[in-house]
Ligand binder design. Structure first.
Ligand SMILES: [Zn+2]
Length: 463
């Protein structure tokens, strides 16, 4: 029997986006992630070369719901995958929302709505620290990755050889998570994200305070704050932080954030979120962190004509906060709010997340002061950006210290760096202890895992 394990990447090798990798020992093939790469104003890019493996896969693992990790999974089934997918229950719930939303944009470019039905039928949900057999001799276990609701690191026990795939993870405490959890015992191989490179991520408490203070001072001067934000994760964190100290001004919530809030509310138990937030809710007698009189969703349930209400918000001369998708200022409800509120030099446009190249958000950060905003499907309008612009460096990804601690405790003899630019993963490689083999996989080029062979005491073939 051949004792060889290979790793093949189909994306996220020297880039961020379209994460998708296979581990293959000749007998079993396990898929880690099936993501799409989203490109501003262009069609997304699928993982390269994955389709031809779909029929041979034994199982798929999805670390968390973000489209760059999950968006291609329905297509894998379309291409003949017949096995099961494993993910946490919140991941499935959030992914369902993101898949349905993505379908509105790309239609059946990669998969059709009935493929989603197949995904739901074949998906098995798991909790953290619960062992699950996924193929003969292969079991997995999830650990809370602290990145977004339901995000998981995966420990794979491959016939006794231990692999930790981190997915996206965060060591910083956020309102919902106490950083990442990891296995209690060392592993042989770590496959880690390297998004931030070697970068010290500022303490979350400090950024929260700076953000809240700034928002408060704008409101106190009678002005408005616009916060373009990601629907999943960041918006819920901000709402939790803002409502801690702001109750006298309205906080309007627009776009998919409202649906994500509702999903979050279903998982407010110690299984999924930090005891800190549960304790806080209990103390305040609240059912949900979004359950405040001044938090108002701009939804059809609350307003007969949401569009008119957005316009009304632009006309009133009173202070408020608006948190709205999209996080990178791409066409979405935030455009309407910019149209009505971005021309006042005393209003604040607060950036709270990463702005990818080519997005309107990045353009504004780099100095563009006139943007074309989408009013509806057919109409655009030119809007001058005169409001103040500030950036707050929140991050959902691990810091250099967080990676160092992971390596320290997991003591892998081999490391594979994914999900980061060439520059980032090169800088992460400097955190690796001497004597550890580090791989920089390239798309479509199989890597042989040396320590796997050593683990089984053979170098090539066992007779
Ligand atoms: Zn992510």
């Amino acid at each position: 029997m051949k004792k060889e394990l290979t790793f093949i990447g189909f994306g996220s090798c020297g880039e961020v986006g379209r994460s998708s990798f296979i581990l293959d020992d000749g007998e079993h093939k396990v898929l880690l992630e099936a993501g799409l790469k989203l490109i501003p104003f262009q069609p997304s890019i699928p993982p390269v070369g994955l389709d031809k493996y779909a029929q041979d896969l034994d199982a798929a693992i999805i670390s968390h719901a973000h489209i760059d990790h999950s968006g291609y999974l329905p297509a894998v089934y379309r291409h003949g995958f017949e096995g099961k997918s494993f993910m946490t229950e919140p991941t499935l719930d959030i992914a369902r929302m993101l898949w349905e939303d993505h379908y509105k944009i790309e239609k059946d470019r990669y998969w059709a709505m009935d493929d989603l039905e197949t995904v739901y039928e074949r998906t098995e949900t798991m909790e953290y620290r619960q062992k699950q057999k996924i193929a003969d001799g292969i079991t997995i276990e999830f650990y809370n990755a602290g990145h977004i609701l339901g995000s998981a690191m995966t420990l794979i026990d491959w016939k006794g050889y231990r692999i930790l795939y981190t997915g996206d993870y965060n060591d910083n405490w956020t309102p919902f998570f106490d950083g990442y959890d990891m296995p209690d015992d060392p592993v042989d191989l770590v496959i880690t994200e390297s998004t931030n490179g070697v970068r010290t991520v500022p303490d979350r408490e400090k950024i929260n305070t700076a953000f809240t203070n700034e928002v408060r001072s704008v409101l106190a001067s009678g002005k408005k704050v616009m916060v373009p934000s990601f629907a999943v994760g960041r918006s819920q964190e901000l709402l939790t932080v803002l409502t801690d100290s702001i109750s006298e001004y309205p906080i309007y919530v627009d776009g998919m954030i409202n649906r994500m809030n509702a999903i979050t509310e279903r998982y407010l138990t110690s299984k999924w979120v930090s005891p800190r937030i549960l304790k806080k809710l209990k103390e305040k007698g609240l059912e949900s962190p979004f359950d405040h009189e001044n938090v108002i969703g701009i939804t059809r349930e609350n307003f007969e004509r949401t569009w008119d209400f957005r316009k009304h918000l632009g006309e009133v001369d009173e202070p408020f906060i608006i948190i709205s998708t999209s996080g990178m200022l791409m066409p979405s409800p935030i455009h309407t709010h910019m149209r009505y509120n971005a021309s006042d030099p005393q209003n604040l446009l607060a950036f709270v997340g990463y702005q990818a190249e080519g997005t309107i958000g990045r353009d504004i950060l780099e100095g563009t002061r006139q943007v074309t905003v989408q009013m509806d499907r057919f109409n655009t309008v030119e809007v001058p950006i005169k409001s103040r612009i500030m950036q707050f460096h929140f991050s959902g990804h691990v810091s250099d210290e967080g990676i160092r601690q992971l390596f320290e405790k997991m003591q892998p003899s081999e490391i594979i760096l994914v999900h980061g630019s060439e520059e980032s993963r090169t800088s992460v490689s400097t955190l690796v202890k001497k004597g550890t083999t580090v791989h920089f996989p390239e798309i479509g080029v199989p890597l042989t895992i040396k320590s796997f062979e050593r683990h089984f005491g053979v170098s090539t073939e066992e007779l």
